[in-house]
Design a protein around this ligand. Structure first.
Ligand SMILES: [Zn+2]
Ligand SMILES: [Zn+2]
Length: 251
């Protein structure tokens, strides 16, 4: 695969990544709809947020920008600024874990900054138009947020020589967590909170809780940084163990 990618010109790479990101978007939307059907008994919100035209346009913009960021990553890899080192399964698992924790910390910091009143008004309010969620919420972002996330990922990849397996696992989990967090249902079993380490996984309840009460739950993949910095919603345990369909304006 890497050999084929290295033969591409910039235009080919962009179209390739645009098609790939369109597939990822479709997979995430279908994933949300399937989760909502399968786990309908564990609903977090009592309705989907309406599908509005401007938000669908923003989602298309996110797909385009994600393709551009992917092409930028491809270009950095081609000129040797990003290294993809040979993969073994343990090394790939370690790399994926390192990238999850580092990106989660970076996103936690930027997300808290995004809730500063000035930045919120200019940039992040757009994502919070979704007080409940719907299958495109993950992509309803201001362009600055899409570029910020992509930029953070590229900086990490320039600094940290990843294995291809670790990077692919991270990219898969990134979409999986984003899909889960906006699915409006809680697929994780109640006993997850009793399992050491796994109890820190960022659940659907966790991100839905941020949409409901934006002063809490700023992390994305884990509860770790919210626990450390005291921003985890105080009622998170009850909300997770006993998901009840809530109206989006409930606090
Ligand atoms: Zn969200
Ligand atoms: Zn937010």
């Amino acid at each position: 695969m890497l050999e084929n990618l290295s033969q591409f010109g910039l235009h080919e790479a962009f179209w390739f990544f645009l098609a790939l990101n369109a597939v990822i978007f479709t997979g995430s939307v279908v994933g949300c709809l399937v989760l909502a059907r399968v786990y309908g008994g564990r609903r977090i919100f009592d309705r989907w947020e309406p599908w509005r035209g401007i938000e669908m346009a923003a989602a298309l913009g996110s797909i385009l920008l994600n393709a551009a960021i992917s092409a930028a990553g491809w270009w950095l890899w081609k000129r040797g600024s990003i290294a993809l080192v040979p993969s073994t399964v343990p090394r790939a698992a370690l790399d994926c874990l390192v990238m999850i924790l580092a990106m989660d910390l970076g996103m936690y910091a930027f997300h808290r900054l995004a809730h500063h009143p000035w930045v919120f008004a200019l940039v992040h309010r757009f994502h919070h138009r979704h007080e409940a969620t719907n299958p495109i919420s993950l992509f309803v972002l201001h362009p600055a947020e899409v570029l910020g996330f992509g930029g953070l990922m590229l900086v990490f990849l320039v600094l940290y020589p990843m294995t291809l397996g670790g990077l692919l696992a991270f990219l898969f989990l990134n979409v999986a967590f984003g899909t889960l967090g906006h699915s409006g249902v809680e697929p994780f079993p109640e006993r997850l909170r009793s399992v050491p380490v796994l109890r820190l996984v960022g659940t659907s309840t966790f991100h839905a809780g941020h949409h409901r009460t934006p002063g809490h739950n700023f992390g994305f993949y884990t509860l770790l940084w919210d626990q450390l910095f005291g921003t985890l919603h105080p009622d998170y345990d009850r909300q997770f163990r006993h998901p009840r369909p809530c109206s989006s304006d409930a606090s």
